[in-house]
Write a protein that binds this ligand. Sequence first.
Ligand code: S3P
Length: 431
Amino acid sequence: MKTRLLTSHSGSLVGTVAIPGDKSISHRSVMFGSISQGITKVTNFLLGDDCLSTISCFRKLGVKIEEHASGELRIYGSGFQGLNEPKEVLNVGNSGTTIRLMMGILAGRDFFSVLEGDESIARRPMTRVATPLSKMGAKIDFRNGGFAPISVRGGALNSFEYKLPVASAQVKSALLFAGLQAKGETVITEPEATRDHTERMIRQFGGTVEKEGNNIKVRGGQNLQGTSVRVPGDISSAAFFLVAGAISEGSSITLENVGLNPTRSGIVDVLNEMGADLQILSQDLDAAEPAGTLLIRSSRLKGTTVGGEMIPRLIDEIPIIALLATQADGVTVIKDAGELKVKETNRIDTVVGELKKMGANIEATDDGMIIQGPTALQGACVSSHGDHRIGMMLAVASLISEGETILENPEAISVSYPKFFEDLDNLKKIK
Ligand code: S3P
């Protein structure tokens, strides 16, 4: 097993980070490029392991995808009809977004395909996508209990009205991809608003999708056209630096080109609520995906409560918010976040277990965690458990911990942020 030695950093963190491309938007750019007509050019695409899995799956479906030396990705789409039966199994690696959204795309194709992934994927629930897709007419089979590997025999789909039992952008997006191939209009109702990158991209590629309250309506048979996509930086990656800057004394970190889609920016609200010194230096709200430059400086922090409809807006940031809370005065309660149990790891268990090893005062609850701060953390032997966001959270924790930290499985971080340690180390150089 690989390990990485992490040393504490008593100095401040100062400098600028160009945040790498958004993972959710990068996946979708390949998917929409592949199902549209013509060439799609993507800049600032995230070349992390998860998005590379998406590229590999679409290549196996016969789509030509070029990675140019300039960093631009070029996708030569021929519409949904241009996808061909794959000769091999489609391996999604660690990527839940790839497997779930692909199910929606494959559901409408008149061929047979098999999706598989790593050990973590094999533990994640898939019936939440398979059940509604079967109602639309797809034939989907899976291992006992609804787990990958999954087989999809797609074909003609009927539209339907469906109320999502869980707030999940992955399920919503899979149904939107299926709805684009179905006869008639599909109506999806969300219990709470989730990230809307798929809806924005349907429009960017020339299609229509309507939102009325919690209902999202899409018509089948639309002609989507290839276009240019500029992927903003991932706010979920920026979050690790926002927290590192907020909790490391004397820090001042500028984060450039951070996606600020309101369905994703819950971390900004939580930092403000906790008293962080966070400024938005500039922003472009009119772009297909809003983005801006953020400046974070260290400050005194206070505990807060995070729950309700805020949860989908920051679901992936909860591990790093838990660390933030260990440094805030008072109690922080994270609730209504039972979905954490079915992420890359059970993030209630992994966050609480690993932060406890470092001396945090943190307890698991059924739908979240309770953290009492502030606590001085100590270096320890900790593990990412193969979960990129747990790995990055622990690396940030090690900065403010006394003594050395050994991180097991640090390579998991390349799923969403291959240059993470390089970018973090650059901020330490300036004293
Ligand atoms: C994602 C949706 C969220 C999120 C995941 C990416 C997406 O998952 O946690 O990292 O790109 O649609 P759920 O849809 O399961 O909530």
